[in-house]
Ligand binder design. Sequence first.
Ligand SMILES: *Cc1c(COP(=O)(O)O)cnc(C)c1O
Length: 365
Amino acid sequence: MKRVVYNFSPGPAALSKEVIQQAADEMTDWRGSGLSVMEMSHRGKEFTEILANAKNDLRALMSVPDNYKILFMQGGAIAENAIIPMNLVGRKPQQPATIDFINTGHWSVQTIEEAHKYAKVNIAASSEDRGFTYVPARDTWKLTPDAAYVHICTNETIGGVEFDYTPDVGDVPLVADMSSNILSREIDVSKHAVIYAGAQKNIGPSGVTIVIVREDMLGHALPSCPSAFDWKLVADHDSMYNTPPTYPIYIAGLTFQWLRRQGGVAAMEKINIQKAALVYDYLDSTDFYSNPVPAANRSRMNVPFRLRDESLNATFLAEAEKNDLVQLKGHSSVGGMRASIYNAMPIEGVQKLVAFMKDFEKRYG
Ligand SMILES: *Cc1c(COP(=O)(O)O)cnc(C)c1O
């Protein structure tokens, strides 16, 4: 018997069991080709079809307008922290250009640190005053009128803080790190100039980065930008300027098809609302556990929580593990626990987690 667990890892995270099974079935002979996807030429007809299908399915899932390119890149969201300014600051005649940031936590901070190498940084709003537990209201932002772009992180994976709206920033391009909530809720792509996401939270294995970019953002890369990171070159070569991460793209494609079979993003969003409510409603009903984020900004994907008595942390984790509820330890920078409940986490897993938390409270509360 193989062990079956509910995996609450923040990333690399759980994939749909159906996707894993399909990948296993196709591992040694992809659809009569006699080849594993790992062994295929990226320019051959089989892989060309895999990439085209992945792109088309993602376009359909997110209703990506025709004037946006979908790129499959490498380096993760952290590489994009450099790739984005290298591609966008050159749109401004005056250098250094200014980039506006909304600082909502760990991942925003990391993006901001990297941007200093390429531009002047303006922190237009920050939630640092209350330990990064909320999203600053749009009417408090101090934006720069001619900024190269405005950057937001729509879901802070560590703090568990999520935008519940898409901000209007006028004519300035809006750039969004959606690494940990892409495809979990309906969003209007046309309100963004660039959306990017590392795959390993809500899409597939690590190794591929999704970049959705409006066409007018292409063609402005700094001369020093590595060719493989120049969005225009990548787009002109249909993500094959260099050898793309073929296997992660294949698994991402299987996830996109699985999402379409589930009814698409709208259907996933409904389930994600229910899953998140199960955990937060329970957290709010007891003082044995706590979560510091106000309701409107609570992440549906990552639920950090603490035990009132933190000396029970190790016991909690060990007992959870015995109950097949794994990877619940919080990030070292904030401590406590974190349940990451991405699209691939079935509602049964969340129900089992809450039942375990209740039972644990009964025994130790
Ligand atoms: C995980 C994560 C990152 C970092 O992704 P890498 O793939 O390690 O580069 C950046 N931003 C957010 C919101 C994340 O969740």
